[in-house]
Structure formats: structure tokens, C-alpha cells
Design a protein around this ligand. Structure first.
Ligand code: SF4
Length: 89
């Protein structure tokens, strides 16, 4: 039996696949929606955010959804890591 020849994959594709596998989901948000809608996207706006400890009382990693990080990610990628448990009063 001969050896199975593996297809070569470019380093860029390997890197992209790796990032997609391990990262949290980032949703695309159009610039128009971002400008014109009153979007709720950050822990600081959420009922479950403890301002004293800057943490989530549900136990999620709040660092991924803090306003400063959300805006930085959005301005760099057009996407945000929207928390599925975000809730407002
Ligand atoms: S539920 Fe989500 S948005 Fe709300 S504080 Fe926790 S991590 Fe942040």
C-alpha cells in the first residue's frame, strides 16, 4: 500500500481555521445599524453586571463583552461578541 498524500493547506487558511475553532462567536453588525439603532451590546448595560467587581453574576467571562472591548473589536472587524444572556430592565 502506498502512503496517503495529504493536500497542502496554505498557512493563512490554517490560521483562519484555528481562529474560528477556538474563538467566541462574533456577530456582524452593519455600520448603519450601529449608527442609527440604540444597540445594547455591553455588560455595562446589562442587568447581570456587577459594577463593583466588574464581573458577571451569572459567571460568564465579562471581559469579552465590556464596552471598551466591544467597541475596539467592532471598529477593527465590524463584528461584536454579543452575549446571549444580556438583559436590560
Ligand atoms: S449576562 Fe452577558 S452581558 Fe450580562 S453581565 Fe453577564 S456576560 Fe455581561
Amino acid at each position: 500500500m502506498g502512503r496517503v498524500r495529504q493536500k497542502s493547506i496554505s498557512p493563512q487558511i490554517k490560521k483562519k481555521r484555528k481562529l474560528l475553532r477556538r474563538g467566541i462567536v462574533h456577530d456582524a453588525i452593519s455600520g448603519r445599524d450601529f449608527r442609527e439603532l440604540n444597540l445594547i451590546y455591553a455588560c455595562e448595560q446589562c442587568t447581570y453586571f456587577d459594577e463593583n467587581s466588574t464581573s458577571c453574576i451569572l459567571g460568564h467571562n465579562a471581559k469579552n463583552h465590556l464596552e471598551e472591548r466591544q467597541l475596539k473589536t467592532y471598529y477593527n472587524t465590524g463584528r461584536m461578541a454579543l452575549c446571549r444572556n444580556l438583559e436590560i430592565d
